[in-house]
Design a protein around this ligand. Structure first.
Ligand code: ADP
Length: 319
């Protein structure tokens, strides 16, 4: 193998740049050529492909977003789109591809594998929702961004004796809400993986208030429903002054944390190592701090789950 390609796809996440850098540098270290494919699968189809050198990935390790840009591409979901992509890879003499992205991007990678094209996936998403890895690149940074925001909201919540509902990202996965809620001592954490009972939430809020609590924080993953609607119900049913903050896209950006940079560097280099050993059709991940790989098809067939012990703990600590 002489030449590999790398692309970032789907929702960006902090640390993707560090992963791109690791792929490029590790490959060049082992005398491979690396081509960057810009704008995800869209750039793959259109041939937006350029050779990357050691210097191409300089000064990006600390930057959020992705220097390769990213895109969503409906055409790649079709067989025709996938064939166009493979044609471009062949035209550029690229023998294997590294895809950095979330579960949607991995579905695309799976298709390439099914067509016999050697592809490896690196999990990059703030949602931490990819089976086969304990952590995805970007989750730690997003988590710290959320915590920083909740800390600030907590100050004003205390001063005004208000209840705050904070909506965080996570359409299908509650990790960001669960971890941030636990780290910030939220009274209640609502995640898509668990059902909730409004009466119980109200009772809990009232109990806290009677105990003299100055504020209450409720963290809601967006997949559960609108934070605004939940806030309205709480205000109506408790008569406590309730405010809602939807954190939105600030959760996606920012300089990656040390953990995300290190994770991205390890996973990026590992993906190249595996390709050099002739492995493909896999995703790389980290489990119990060990680098691992899993068949991409098998990983995608599993469902991401939250840690039930952590969820139970969050309830115990917020009595
Ligand atoms: P993420 O990777 O962050 O989950 P998306 O779900 O938007 O983001 O997926 C990113 C891109 O991956 C899509 O725009 C599409 O090009 C590609 N993709 C998603 N699902 C499939 C699929 N079933 N087959 C082929 N490509 C897919």
């Amino acid at each position: 193998m002489k030449r590999i390609g790398v692309l970032t796809s789907g929702g960006d996440s902090p640390g993707m740049n560090a992963a791109v850098r690791a792929v490029v540098r590790k490959a060049i270290y082992h005398n491979l050529e690396v081509y960057g494919i810009y704008y995800g699968y869209s750039g793959l189809i259109n041939g937006d492909i350029k050779k990357l050198e050691i210097g191409s990935v300089g000064d990006i390790i600390h930057r959020g977003g992705t220097m390769l840009y990213t895109a969503r591409c409906e055409e790649f979901k079709t067989l025709e789109g996938q064939m166009k992509g493979i044609e471009q890879l062949r035209k550029f003499g690229i023998e294997a591809l590294v895809v950095i992205g979330g579960d949607g991007s991995f579905q695309g990678a799976k298709k390439l594998v099914e067509h016999g094209y050697p592809t490896i996936g690196i999990p990059g998403t703030i949602d931490n929702d990819i089976p086969g890895t304990d952590f995805t690149i970007g989750f730690d940074t997003a988590l710290n961004t959320v915590i920083d925001a909740i800390d600030k909201i907590r100050d004003t919540a205390t001063s005004h004796e208000r209840t705050y509902v904070i909506e965080v990202m996570g359409r299908d996965a509650g990790d960001l809400a669960l971890w941030s809620g636990l780290a910030d001592g939220a009274e209640t954490i609502l995640i898509p993986e668990e059902t909730y009972n409004m009466d119980e939430i109200i009772a809990r809020l009232k109990r806290g208030h009677e105990r003299g609590k100055k504020h209450s924080i409720i963290v809601v993953a967006e997949g559960v429903g609108s934070g605004v609607e939940i806030g309205k119900k709480i205000q109506e049913q408790t008569n406590m002054e309730t405010r809602v903050t939807v954190l939105g896209h600030i959760q996606r950006g920012g300089s990656p944390t040390a953990n995300d940079r290190v994770l991205a560097s390890r996973l990026g280099a590992y993906a190249v190592e595996l390709l050099m050993e002739g492995k493909a059709g896999v995703m790389v991940g980290i489990e119990k701090n060990e680098l691992v790989y899993h068949d991409i098809d098998e990983a995608l067939s599993r469902k991401h789950t939250i840690d039930p012990k952590m969820y139970a703990l969050s309830k115990e600590l917020s009595i």
